[in-house]
Design a protein around this ligand. Structure first.
Ligand code: 3IO
Length: 347
């Protein structure tokens, strides 16, 4: 090989090296501010029009706005990323960065926060949401140690929605009705043939006749179109379902502190926003059900309601006994919930 040939080979080799170096650089530096862009996935179990997803979209919008576009959130409604019962473990495992779960679907796992589903007289979703958030912040239960809790909120108190009219406690006996967690214990105490399943499985169960109705907040009459099948609502206004929004802990720790601050500042506000949305949406859905779907709303007489309430009397005492035995400050938790209801309801 002569000198000029050697020079050409060296020049070519240098070119290849330079080109591959450039490739690496441009590959790792996509976008204008690579270190700062944050993309998060957010999983939810029910369909997009339902309230857990409405609050999810509101939270997404607020975070994207308040971080000036630095954070983008990809939402996955309808169990497209994680299902109802996999939500907590899926977020812990990092299958989604954020997940919205109904704590009633795992009653034993979330004993402290599920105490808000005892029949203690939470009057609406706004108060219920604040009571739940207070309780979480006072006790910071062990079961949340592997996640960052972004917010919590509650449904409006539950009512019976059914295919057949339920006017007395006798009508409930043996009737196949669906609920979960604390609400399920209420149905059992009334003598219903209790069927436990998440809300997301309920449309199918109602359609196929596996259940005659359900016990939950009444906005589902409209959002799931249950009013097409359930032509009767019996107003009991008894017990909420508690929800949590959680983030993978490692993902949370990796966020810039200004982004963490936006999310922490939003937590209590999101809790109240969702409670208020739930309350107004329930009123609207009940109205729609009466007017558009000829749903009959049954109000129990005072004497009849007293019978229903009386059968719930042993539930709280039994819960205190069982959970004291498990080492929880159960009587204090119940006292805290009662005080918190009184404080928030007075505002
Ligand atoms: C609920 C769950 C998913 C979508 C809408 C909803 N409205 C009330 C609930 C409460 C709940 O989780 C349930 O199982 O009744």
């Amino acid at each position: 090989m002569n000198n000029s040939r050697i020079a050409v080979v060296i020049a070519l080799a240098l070119l290849v090296l330079l080109a591959s170096g450039c490739d690496k650089k441009s590959g790792s530096q996509a976008g204008p501010s690579p270190a700062k862009a944050v993309k998060l996935t957010y999983a939810n179990f029910p369909p997009a029009p339902t309230f857990p997803c409405v609050q999810m979209e509101r939270w997404k919008q607020e975070v994207e706005k308040r971080t000036g576009g630095k954070v983008t959130i990809e939402t996955y409604p309808g169990a497209t990323l994680l299902d109802a019962k996999d939500m907590m473990d899926g977020v812990i495992a990092g299958q989604a960065d954020i997940g919205c779960l109904c704590m009633s679907y795992q009653p034993g796992r979330f004993a402290v926060t599920n105490a808000t589903s005892l029949p203690l007289g939470i009057p609406n979703a706004k108060v219920g949401s604040q009571v739940l958030w207070d309780l979480y912040n006072k006790y910071k239960p062990e079961e949340f140690k592997d996640v960052k809790v972004l917010t919590m909120f509650a449904t409006a108190p539950s009512n019976v929605m059914s295919r057949k009219p339920i006017r007395t406690l006798e009508d409930v006996k043996g009737c196949a009705l669906r609920a979960s967690g604390g609400a399920a214990e209420i149905l059992a105490a009334w003598g219903a043939n209790l069927v436990g399943m998440p809300m997301s499985d309920t449309p199918d169960a109602l359609q196929k006749g596996a259940v005659q109705g359900l016990f939950s907040s009444v906005e589902v009459l409209k959002d799931f179109k249950f009013a097409e099948l359930c032509k009767f609502v019996t107003l009991t206004d008894t017990v909420i379902y508690p929800f949590a929004v959680v983030m993978n802990k490692a993902k949370w720790d990796s966020l810039p502190s200004d982004v963490q601050k936006v999310m922490e500042d939003l937590a209590a506000e999101q809790c109240v926003w969702t409670g208020q949305y739930m309350d107004s949406h329930c009123a609207e859905a009940l109205d729609w059900s009466k007017k558009e779907q000829q749903v009959e709303v049954i109000t129990l007489s005072a004497a009849e309601k007293a019978k229903w309430d009386e059968s719930l009397a042993p539930i709280t005492a039994a819960w205190i006994a069982a959970n004291t035995a498990k080492g929880l400050p159960a009587a204090q938790i119940v006292a805290d919930i009662k005080a918190s209801i009184a404080a928030h309801a007075a505002k």
